[in-house]
Structures are given as structure tokens and as C-alpha cells.
Design a protein around this ligand. Structure first.
Ligand code: GCO
Length: 449
């Protein structure tokens, strides 16, 4: 059945990130990132995939832009690698690195595709990471400097900007649990990493605007949190997870306050002044949605079920399995209506303070070129999105994660999120059934709009 019509001008896009695709990790003056170093440690990437090679996007970007054009995509969300542009994290700019993004932007524009760069998709320059990364306030200022450099070069052609991507995941997985780079297991002592990423976002908004960039947002992951039961203990765990997962980042950005005084008190520096910077007005707000999360009191059986991650028993909440839904190849439950639920939660919490929304990521891992599961997933989520819009949420566009298969962080090449299959030994690209499906969706929507 064809999808209901989305509004005229709705932006149909696809997303990707630098570390997951570019490869060329040490080419043309690029400095190492914390993720490069982490991935090179034996055993970090589960299937041993060669993250330094990625999907070869740095070499093959023209081929991928042609695939976007074949899709009829209106926009491409990619990320700029900070250490490719500023190899040491501060100090000299690498001209060859900036040139690469300049060429990419020109190539996209030549095909009528809106370039939508993310300035931080987790690849902190190693030198800054080794000095403490997001635990250091200085990293936020260095990020704003780098944002200015990129905007000065690209703002004349880039009409849509994303400062940071999923700061909650960086904090939780990178600094609290140590599953991602930089591999720190600080639990609640990781909170300064949250504050400094928020500050980095706010400072970057100012730096981007000063350099002439407009239409600025960021990409925040959101998940409806379903309590494991109505018991007080389960509700407490679920509420705490909801605060950390959904509101710890969104509230400061959209309201200028932390969701809870206890969290505010744990943040470093002149927090009140910082919140004024962090809540700089945005042009739009990006939501990354994959699935809801069931959470309760800490429970022994919860320890291993966070998307395959180990959850330490000391945490005051426990993730539970969501049963009764189809699961993707990654084991994630497919709950399309969770997207509608989440958007309505955002609308209810922020009202008119919620700027227009873009879905900056939504997608799933399935194997094979005949990927009926992905088509079902995307179709269901677009219908749920349409319902949320009919119920009053102002959504302006949708970006599928992802254009091609890519390196899924510690899962390596094993989890395939692409509309286009990548054969890693040869880096050959093959469009999947979902690619043709999404192309037809975009075509039909344009014809109707
Ligand atoms: C992000 C996400 C992506 C993942 C995708 C599937 O940071 O935006 O982690 O990079 O690949 O969410 O897990």
C-alpha cells in the first residue's frame, strides 16, 4: 500500500558518518581520532573489521553521491571528521582535509542534493582524547574553533548544519560504561562529559552563526522508556533512565535547565552561565529513533541485554528485553509506533519551545540484498511518523540510517544498516531492494506533492 502523502517540501534524505565510512584514516594529513586508536586495539571491534578502511567513502564518494542521486534523495547527512580538518584537535588546519569536504559538498550540490554535515559524530582528535576528551572543558572551546573553520569554508554552499550527534551515547557508552571509545568506565563520574558536549554544542552554534551558517540543529537520540512493571522499584529505574536517556541533553538545549537538580549539581564549571550558551536558539531539532527501551530496577537478568552491551550491576536501573515484536538482525525490537510515541512526548514536554523536527536517523540492521525486513521497518516508521505529524508534531524531513552498510562501531561490519550493500573485500556497492523501495517512495511523494 502506498504511503500517505507527506507535506510539500518534506526533505527525504539518508545519513552516514565519517568514522563509519571514510576509511583513509591516515591519508592526506588526517590525524588519528580516539575511535581510530580504540578500534585498532585487538578485540575491540567484535568481528575484527578493518575500520581504518571503512567503506572507502573517502575514495568513492562520487559513487555514493551517484547512488544518492539515483535514489532521488533531497539531502545527505554526512559527518566531517574533526581530526581530518584539525589533526591535533587544536592548532594548524589540514588544508587537504578541508578540500575533501569542499569537493564532497560541490559534488552533492551538482546533483541537487542538500549537504547536511554533522560536525561531531564521535571521532574526537586523539590528542584531545588523551588529554581527557569530553571530561575537559577545553575540548568544548576547541570544538567551537573547529566549527568556525569548517563554516568559513562551507557556509556559502551548506544550507543545513548539525553540531553534535548523540551526546548521550558518547557519555554513556564511551565514558560511563567503556564499551565505546575512549573506553572509560566512570559510571556517574562521566557526567562532566555530558556537560562539556552540551557546552560544545552551544559554543558551536555561536561560532557557526558568526561564520555565516544558518539553519542549525543537532541530532539527539530518543527512546520511549517503558517501565518493566508498575512497581515502585521498576518505575524508579525507568524514570532515571528516561531522565538520562531523553532529557539530560534535550532539556538544557530546549529549556536552559537540567531536568533534575541532582544532575545539575554534579556538573562542573559555571553551570548557570553555561546553560545560557547551551540553550542558544536552534532552527530545528534532530531526533534519532530506533526503538523503545524497557527499563526497571537493576536485575541480574538485565545485565547483558543492552544492545549486546554489558551493563554493570552497580547501575541503579536495568534494561529488559522487549517481547512480542519482530526483531532486527541486531536483535532490536521493531516498534514503529514508538516513533510516534516519542515525538508526542517531545511535543508534550516542550510545546512551542520544540523547533521544527527532522528525523536525523532511523533504520535497522538486516542481512542480504533482498531485505524485506528493512522495507517493512521503514514503511512502518514512515506511517508512524505521518500519524505523529497528523497529531500536530511539525516534522520537516526524514533521514534513513544509512545510505550504505558501514562500520557499526564495535559491531564492525557484521550489522548492516545500508540501503546499499557493501562487499567489504572489494568495497563493491550493490543497491538492495530497500534502495529501490525508498527511491519509489520519494518519487511517488514528489509526484503527489
Ligand atoms: C549514531 C548512531 C549511528 C549508528 C546507528 C545504528 O551515533 O548516530 O550510533 O552511528 O550506526 O545508530 O546503531
Amino acid at each position: 500500500m502506498t504511503l500517505p502523502p507527506f507535506p510539500h517540501g518534506f526533505l527525504w534524505g539518508a545519513s552516514a558518518s565519517a568514522f563509519q565510512t571514510e576509511g583513509a584514516a591516515a591519508a592526506e594529513g588526517k590525524g588519528p581520532s580516539g575511535w581510530d586508536a580504540f578500534a585498532a586495539e585487538p578485540g575491540r571491534i567484535k568481528d575484527g573489521a578493518d575500520a581504518a578502511r571503512g567503506t572507502g567513502f573517502h575514495e568513492r564518494y562520487r559513487e555514493d553521491v551517484a547512488l544518492l542521486a539515483g535514489l532521488g534523495a533531497g539531502a545527505f547527512r554526512f559527518s566531517v571528521s574533526w581530526p581530518r580538518v584539525v589533526p591535533g584537535g587544536s592548532g594548524p588546519v589540514n588544508a587537504a582535509g578541508l578540500d575533501f569536504y569542499d569537493r564532497l559538498v560541490d559534488e552533492l550540490c551538482a546533483h541537487g542534493i542538500t549537504p547536511a554535515p554533522t560536525l561531531y559524530h564521535w571521532d574526537t582528535p586523539l590528542e584531545l582524547e588523551e588529554a581527557g576528551g569530553w571530561l575537559q572543558r577545553d575540548t568544548a572551546y576547541r570544538f567551537a574553533d573547529y566549527a568556525r573553520v569548517v563554516a568559513e569554508r562551507l557556509a556559502d554552499r551548506v544550507p543545513m548544519w548539525i553540531t553534535v550527534n548523540e551526546p548521550a551515547e558518547v557519555t554513556l557508552l564511551g565514558y560511563a560504561l567503556g564499551e565505546h571509545a575512549p573506553g572509560k568506565k566512570l559510571l556517574f563520574d562521566a557526567l562532566p562529559a555530558a556537560h562539556h558536549q552540551l557546552l560544545a554544542h552551544g559554543l558551536a552554534v555561536g561560532a557557526l552563526r558568526a561564520a555565516g551558517a544558518r539553519n542549525i540543529g543537532l541530532a539527539v537520540s530518543h527512546t520511549p522508556v517503558w517501565p518493566a512493571s508498575e512497581s515502585e522499584e521498576d518505575r524508579f529505574g525507568a524514570d532515571l533512565y528516561d531522565t538520562i536517556g531523553n532529557w539530560l541533553f534535550a532539556d538544557p538545549i530546549l529549556t536552559g535547565r537540567y531536568p533534575d537538580e541532582n544532575f545539575a549539581a554534579l556538573m562542573p564549571g559555571p553551570v548557570a552561565d553555561d546553560l545560557a550558551v547551551i540553550s542558544a536558539p536552534l532552527d530545528w531539532y534532530g531526533v534519532n529513533y530506533y526503538n523503545p527501551t524497557r527499563v526497571g530496577a537493576p536485575a541480574p537478568e538485565a545485565v547483558e541485554s543492552f544492545a549486546g552491551f554489558e551493563m554493570p550491576a552497580e547501575l541503579p536501573f536495568g534494561i529488559r528485553e522487549i517481547e512480542g515484536y519482530e526483531t532486527t538482525a541486531f536483535g532490536w525490537p521493531v516498534v514503529p509506533d514508538g516513533l510516534r510515541e516519542m515525538l508526542l512526548l517531545l511535543k508534550a514536554r516542550y510545546g512551542d519551545r520544540l523547533p521544527p523536527v527532522y528525523i536525523t536517523e532511523n533504520g535497522c540492521s538486516y542481512d542480504g540484498i533482498e531485505d524485506a525486513g528493512r522495507i517493512r521497518y521503514l514503511d512502518g516508521h514512515l506511517r508512524a511518523l505521518h500519524r505523529a505529524m497528523a497529531e500536530g508534531v511539525d516534522v520537516r524531513g526524514y533521514f534513513v540510517w544509512s545510505l550504505t552498510d558501514n562500520i557499526e562501531w564495535i559491531e564492525g561490519a557484521a550489522q548492516r544498516f545500508g540501503l546499499v550493500h557493501v562487499d567489504y573485500p572489494t568495497l563493491r556497492r550493490t543497491p538492495k531492494d530497500s534502495y529501490r523501495w525508498y527511491r519509489d517512495v520519494i518519487r511517488a511523494q514528489r509526484a503527489a506533492g
